[in-house]
Design a binder for this molecule. Structure first.
Ligand code: ADP
Length: 435
C-alpha cells in the first residue's frame, strides 16, 4: 500500500454524480462532486437537508457505488466497501441483547479479528472513550450520551484511517453533545486514535467551526459543493471570540446563499423590466410559529401537506408561509418537504431582538423593499402617502393585490423596525430616519 504523507490526499472524490430512479423519474441527487481530503484534516460537510450529504458519505465509504465518477483512496480506485473507513451514525444501533463490550467486539468479529484479540482491544477502546467500568452493562442501562460513546468505541476499535461521522451529536442533549465533542477532539488532536482524517456531516455551524479544519458547504437541486472554507484557528477554540464568530458568520452567509441568480430568486423592483416578485401576505408571528415547529421535527424537515393539520392553519395560508420562509432564506422546499436552513434555525432559536435584526437584514435584499426604501429616501422628510405607493404598485399588480403588497410591506417593515405607518394620515415613513 502507498504510504500517504501528511498533507497528501487520503481520499479523492472525482466527478462523482448519483442519480436515483430511472426514466422520467430520474433524480440527480448529487452532481459532479470533487473533493479531496488530505491526511491530518478534519473536514465538516454542511448543507441543507436533501443536498446529498448522506449519499456522498455512503459513496465515499463504498457502501454505495456512484452512478458516475470515482473514489480514490490513497491514490487507488476504491472497489467495494472501504475497509479503512468507518461511519458513526446519528443514532448508533446497538444490539440490546449484547453487553457494551460485546457490542464493540461485534465490529472486530466482522473484520475477522481472532477471538483472543477482540477482548483486549474492545476494553481498550471503551477505556479511551471513558466507558471504563461499563463493559458488562446493557445498552438500556446507559444514557443517550453513553450509548453514543459505545458507538464511537465501536468505530475506533477497528482503528479506521478515515472516520466518517454522520451527525453524530445531533440526537444528544446539549450537555452530552458538548462533552462528547470535547472528548473526540482530545482523542483526535492528541493522537490517541490512529485515525488519519475525519469527515463529519453536520447541521450545526458552530459545531463545524469548533471542530473542523475545513468546512465544505453543499447546496441542493442538484446536490453540489458551493464552497470550502478554511478554519484557521488554534484548538481549543473559544466560541465567543471575535475570530470564531467571524467564521460562523461567513458560513451562515454561504449557507443562506441563493441557488438561483438573484433576479430570478427575488424578482426585480417594481417598474423595472422582469417580474416583480410579490411578498406572500403573512404575519411574522405565524412565520415564527412555523419555524419553531420545524425545529422540533427530526432534521428540521416536515411534509408540507401534513402541516396545515399540525399547525391548525388552512392550506392556502400554509403555502404562503412556506413561500415566505423560502424567500427569506429560512427554509428550502423540495418535493413536498420543507426543511429549515441554518438561518431559519437561528431565527427560530433567537431572542425577539435578534429575530428582528435577522429579519431586517433579510428583507433589505428584497427588490420590492429596496424600491420602497428608495422611494422614501427620495421623498420629503422620508414620508410618502399610502395612495402614491398603491398607484405605483397598481402598474404591476391588480388593485387588490397592490393593496395587499403595501399592507405586507408595512407589516414586515414595522416588525423589522425600519418603517412606520400612521393610519389616520395614511402616511408611510422611515423610522428611524436614516442618517
Ligand atoms: P442529505 O443527507 O443531505 O439530507 P441525502 O443524501 O439523504 O441528503 O439525499 C439526497 C437526495 O436524494 C434527497 O432528495 C433524497 O430524497 C434522495 N435520495 C436519497 N436516497 C435515495 C434513494 N435510495 N432513492 C431515491 N432517492 C434517494
Amino acid at each position: 500500500m502507498n504510504q500517504v504523507q501528511p498533507g497528501q490526499p487520503l481520499l479523492q472524490v472525482e466527478n462523482v454524480s448519483q442519480i436515483y430512479g430511472s426514466g422520467a423519474r430520474q433524480f440527480v441527487a448529487i452532481q459532479k462532486i470533487n473533493l479531496s481530503i488530505d491526511e491530518g484534516l478534519y473536514v465538516a460537510l454542511l448543507g441543507p437537508s436533501g443536498c446529498g450529504k448522506s449519499t456522498l458519505l455512503r459513496i465515499i465509504t463504498g457502501l454505495q457505488q456512484a452512478t458516475e465518477g470515482k473514489i480514490l483512496y490513497r491514490g487507488e480506485p476504491l472497489r467495494g466497501v472501504n475497509p479503512h473507513a468507518t461511519i458513526v451514525f446519528q443514532t448508533f444501533a446497538l444490539f440490546p441483547w449484547l453487553t457494551v463490550q460485546d457490542n464493540v467486539e461485534v465490529a472486530l468479529k466482522a473484520k475477522g479479528i481472532p477471538a483472543n484479540l477482540r477482548t483486549p482491544r474492545a476494553i481498550d477502546a471503551l477505556d479511551r472513550v471513558g466507558l471504563d467500568g461499563f463493559e458488562t452493562a446493557y445498552p438500556r442501562e446507559l444514557s443517550g450520551g453513553m450509548r453514543q460513546k459505545v458507538g464511537f468505541a465501536r468505530a475506533i476499535v477497528t482503528e479506521p484511517e478515515l472516520l466518517c461521522l454522520d451527525e453524530p451529536f445531533s440526537a444528544l442533549d446539549v450537555l452530552s453533545a458538548e462533552t462528547l465533542r470535547g472528548e473526540l477532539m482530545e482523542l483526535w488532536l492528541e493522537g490517541k486514535i490512529p485515525t488519519k482524517a475525519i469527515l463529519m456531516v453536520s447541521h450545526n455551524i458552530e459545531e463545524a467551526v469548533f471542530m473542523a479544519d475545513h468546512i465544505v458547504i453543499m447546496d441542493k437541486n442538484p446536490g453540489r459543493i458551493v464552497s470550502r472554507l478554511n478554519v484557521d484557528l488554534p484548538h481549543p477554540r473559544a466560541r465567543k471570540s471575535a475570530e470564531f464568530q467571524a467564521i460562523v458568520d461567513q458560513v451562515y452567509a454561504a449557507l443562506a446563499g441563493q441557488t438561483q441568480p438573484e433576479h430570478v430568486e427575488l424578482g426585480t423592483p417594481p417598474g423595472e423590466p422582469g417580474f416583480t416578485r410579490h411578498l406572500p401576505h403573512i404575519a411574522i408571528i405565524d412565520l415564527a410559529a412555523l419555524l419553531e415547529f420545524l425545529t422540533s421535527m427530526l432534521k428540521g424537515r416536515a411534509d408540507i401537506f401534513r402541516l396545515p393539520d399540525e399547525l391548525g392553519v388552512n392550506s392556502d395560508h400554509l403555502l404562503r408561509l412556506t413561500e415566505a420562509a423560502e424567500l427569506l432564506g429560512f427554509a428550502t422546499i423540495t418535493k413536498g418537504d420543507i426543511a429549515l436552513t441554518p438561518l431559519g434555525e437561528t431565527f427560530a432559536e433567537a431572542s425577539i431582538l435578534a429575530r428582528k435584526e435577522i429579519f431586517a437584514t433579510r428583507i433589505h435584499r428584497l427588490p420590492i423593499v429596496r424600491w420602497l426604501l428608495n422611494l422614501l429616501a427620495a421623498s420629503e422628510q422620508h414620508r410618502i402617502g399610502y395612495g402614491v405607493v398603491k398607484a405605483a404598485l397598481e402598474l404591476e399588480f391588480p388593485a387588490q393585490e397592490a393593496e395587499r403588497q403595501i399592507d405586507t410591506l408595512i407589516d414586515w417593515g414595522r416588525y423589522a423596525e425600519i418603517l412606520a405607518y400612521d393610519d389616520d394620515s395614511e402616511i408611510i415613513y422611515r423610522e428611524p430616519v436614516p442618517q
